[in-house]
Design a protein around this ligand. Structure first.
Ligand SMILES: Nc1ncnc2c1ncn2[C@@H]1O[C@H](COP(=O)(O)OP(=O)(O)OP(=O)(O)O)[C@@H](O)[C@H]1O
Ligand SMILES: [Mg+2]
Length: 602
């Protein structure tokens, strides 16, 4: 498991987001809704136009309508009133349309994105998952997607509103009075630099914050996944301390971001208020000397308030933009990963099976293999298993038995050389063929939520209940399943605690049998069974394995009795290879192992 420290550099090291990946992702997400984005923008343009007419009406009222009213001409003032009402109705209605549109667009984008993350993560190879951990994936598809939602639903609206009102208001001010307008527009220069500064500093803080919250989630998930060893080794106090440290680190980054925000707000208000004060003073002076109408000054001041009001909100937008950008970068990094065990470009079919004989020939042809960063586990491996042969693989811990099994199941591809199934490279087999061809049962015997029957049928979802029960009976799982509260329909998650490790292995066996593969790999698959249970499975094995090619990795030598051939592995090499009886009679390692095992039985 990966140790996680505050500000974990792991994420950046492991998944540098390729340049341009973030922008490309954003484009691909928005491309299908170009029309709706355009419609939304139009609605907002109209809405802003309706909003920004207000102060103009005020100027007209003060300078024209009120004097007319004094002369008993009521028309202009009534027109102003009607205009105000119309603008209010229009802007309200358009606002509603806009909010509905953005909500729909953002919901569709998020739906698409979550689906992509899930599909992509599921398609990535085992070596990726060994390093990336589920906690990180969870934080990608929850907090990171969520921050994108915030940006799209609130932030983007803020930004567009702010930018539009800047444009509208600047135009209005310049049109009302060139001088006053120029002062207002001039104040954008310091504001621009302030925003740039904030963006740079907040960007750093936000990236740190998003990494910190991911670290909190990773620690949480890892601890709860490993709750049994946590309890067994009394790790609670140590975990509490580690979690508290991560939590504090997250809190610190939160504080940092608030501080940046506060600096920005204070700075921008300072600029805004200075500009308003300047305009009011200069405007009042010009009203006094008659070069400016009072109504125009009133409208200018109203516009200025509207101009600077949203600047705080612009800060908010930058906040959600920064955190969404950090999140999007991570999601893009994840989506840019390519499976290290890819689907073939030009798939090849397996030759048709021989009549009534499911097994296929397995060949390791000059295979060398190393896990990611580690040293070579299989130095150079050549092996041929004829179709239908049952091979037992034994050897000390770390000898490379599971590695051999995983290469055969194509969890990984060899660093060099080929693994062949009836002469076809596993890399050329389409996934569906590979799944039918090779099935591996491991020690873990993982059960998914659902019923016992669902779990058995995973390798062949179209299997009938009778077929499921037959598989369970052959394996010897039927008895315990019948004693469950709802038999085959018992929900394993609800009753999960009651299904023992050995019973889980029986279910996993039944699952493999039902899948009916050409090559069956059992890696310590009987390790949790008791002696009678293992005996029962072994008896069943002769039926299950008949005609199939089988690789059985086992520490308990009793398993070896069903094998046609035994391979003894040490340091990634086959050191002995022969029929069980020959090896037992010989003077090699297997003979020693077997003798020791015999002695232990009596
Ligand atoms: N996912 C992995 N990443 C890096 N190294 C690994 C990985 N899995 C195994 N190894 C290394 O590869 C070597 C062979 O491991 P393997 O699991 O094949 O041994 P094994 O023979 O199955 O042992 P055991 O009997 O304990 O199951 C070991 O040195 C192990 O440390
Ligand atoms: Mg192993």
């Amino acid at each position: 498991m990966t140790a996680t420290s505050p500000g974990d550099p792991f994420e950046q090291d492991l998944l540098p987001s390729p340049p341009g990946a973030t922008a490309a992702l954003l484009r691909s997400l928005l491309a299908p809704m170009r029309a709706r984005v355009a419609l939304t923008t139009t609605v907002l343009l109209l809405q802003q136009a309706a909003v920004q007419v207000g102060p103009l009406l005020v100027a007209y009222a003060i300078d024209r309508a009120v004097p007319a009213f004094r002369d008993h001409r009521y028309g202009p003032l009534i027109a102003v009133g009607a205009g105000c009402l119309l603008c209010a109705l229009l802007s309200g209605g358009l606002q509603m349309a806009f909010v509905r549109q953005t909500a729909r667009v953002s919901q569709d984008v998020l739906l698409d994105l979550r689906g992509r993350i899930f599909r992509h993560a599921q398609a990535l190879s085992i070596d990726f998952h060994e390093r990336y951990t589920s906690g990180r994936l969870i934080s990608r598809s929850t907090t990171d997607v969520e921050s994108l939602r915030e940006l799209m639903e609130d932030g983007l609206q803020e930004l567009v509103t702010v930018v539009l009102s800047f444009v509208y208001i600047s135009a209005m001010l310049l049109w009302l009075d060139l001088g006053l307008g120029a002062v207002a527009v001039g104040s954008f220069v310091p504001l621009y630099f302030l925003i740039r500064l904030y963006q740079r500093r907040a960007g750093r803080v936000f990236r740190a914050r998003s990494t910190a919250i991911a670290a909190v989630i990773v620690k949480f998930v890892e601890t709860m996944n490993g709750i049994r060893p946590v309890r067994a080794f009394r790790r609670e106090a140590a975990n509490d301390a580690a979690f508290a440290a991560l939590n504090r680190a997250h809190e610190r980054t939160n504080g940092d971001s608030l501080l940046e925000m506060a600096r920005y707000v204070v700075g921008s208000r300072l600029v805004a208020n200075t500009a308003v004060a300047g305009i009011v003073l200069w405007g009042a002076y010009r009203v006094a000397d008659g070069s400016l109408e009072l109504g125009v000054l009133a409208a200018a001041v109203l516009y200025l308030r509207r101009l600077y009001d949203p600047i705080d909100r612009l800060g908010m937008f930058l906040n959600s933009y920064q955190s969404a950008a950090a999140s999007l970068e991570k999601i893009a990094g994840l989506l840019a990963r390519t499976p290290s065990v890819p689907e073939p470009v030009t798939p090849r079919e397996l030759p048709p099976p021989r009549d009534g004989f499911p097994g296929r020939e397995v060949t390791f042809d000059g295979v060398r293999f190393a896990y990611g960063t580690g040293g070579e586990v299989l130095p150079r491996f050549d092996l041929t298993l004829p179709a239908g042969q049952t091979v037992a693989v034994v050897g000390s811990t770390g000898a490379g038995k599971s590695t051999l099994a995983k290469l055969l199941a194509r969890f990984y591809d060899p660093t060099e050389g080929r693994v062949l199934l009836d002469g076809v490279d596993l890399r050329d087999l389409p996934t569906a063929e590979l799944r039918r061809g090779v099935v591996m049962v491991t020690q873990e015997a993982f059960l998914f939520s659902g019923t016992v029957a669902d779990n058995i049928a995973i390798g062949r979802p179209d299997a009938s209940r009778a077929e499921i029960e037959r598989a369970a009976k052959v394996i010897g799982a039927h008895e315990f399943i019948s004693t469950l509260p709802d038999g085959y329909d018992t929900d394993v998650r609800k009753r999960g605690g009651r299904i023992s490790a050995g019973q889980r292995q029986l279910v996993a066996f039944a699952r493999a049998l039902l899948a009916d593969p050409a090559v069956l790999i059992l890696d310590e698959a009987t390790s949790s069974l008791d002696i009678p249970g293992e005996r029962a499975v072994q008896r069943a094995m002769s039926t299950v394995l008949r005609g199939r090619t089988a690789v059985v990795v086992a520490h308990r030598l009793s398993t070896v009795e069903i094998a046609d051939r035994v391979l003894v592995m040490a340091d990634g090499r086959v050191v002995e290879d022969g029929r069980p009886a020959e090896l037992v009679a010989g003077a090699g390692r297997f003979a020693d192992l077997h003798k020791a095992w015999r002695d232990s039985l009596v």
